[in-house]
Design a binder for this molecule. Sequence first.
Ligand SMILES: [Zn+2]
Length: 291
Amino acid sequence: MPELPEVEVTCRRIRPLLIGRRIASLKTTGDSYFFLTPTRSLQRRLRGRVVKELNRYGKYLVGDIEDGSRLLLHLGMTGQLFSGDATSVRLLSSTARSSLAPEEQVGFRPDRHTHLRFHFEDSGPDVFFRDVRKFGKVRLLDAGQSDPRLDRLGPDALQVDGPMLFEASRRRRIAVKALLLDQSIIAGVGNIYADESLFRAGVRPGRGASRLTRRECDALAEALRRVLHRSIETGGSSISDYVAPDGSDGSYQDERQVYARRGEACYACGGPIRKRVIAQRGTHYCPRCQR
Ligand SMILES: [Zn+2]
């Protein structure tokens, strides 16, 4: 699932493909829970408009449209936002994938999972939003209108420091893992980066958040920022569906220490990585290195 680094990489790389270009037309799939704004209205209100700016808020992307409205996009579990020039097997259905020769690359052809297709007045590439599992969201906000999804976001995970984390963790009777995943406390962290930063900070994910010392909060905030920055640098994690807008894979999955490594040897101590459910999520940790 795209977390802060994947959404940040998407934001940075899709910007030059969206900003300043006039939308000639917008194609959508039919109305569904995916569209918080009816598709007819989206098509009508975005036609002929220019996207002025694109920013990330937690795991959300928000495009500022020239008339003051804002386009809210959430990639959900399997969302992909990319250029019509992109080629990647991750943009194909599993049946189409299996019929390909191993090294074959084919251009993208919109399929039933392609929920948005921006076509521009210039002759440049279209921009697509595809989402196989359809947990993503699209909403067009009127000028000045807010959205509860954005309003309840806590400070961005890249801005979090030790004292903030210490303050946020007091009086909370939840596991530190749950604290990291709560978007109203820290925005942008999901399962992968929560597990990875807890490992690097040497903190067990099941520890009560309010029991963390100042020093542990410092270490955890530092680990969180480092893990996120490093993932952005390497293009994010491409474990299942995630591709960058140009069709390239991220490579942070190759640097994982614990996530999805159950039973494998810890790189630090050689002991087996364990997995248990904490905050309703499969959580990976090293019982020897994390206390
Ligand atoms: Zn270990």
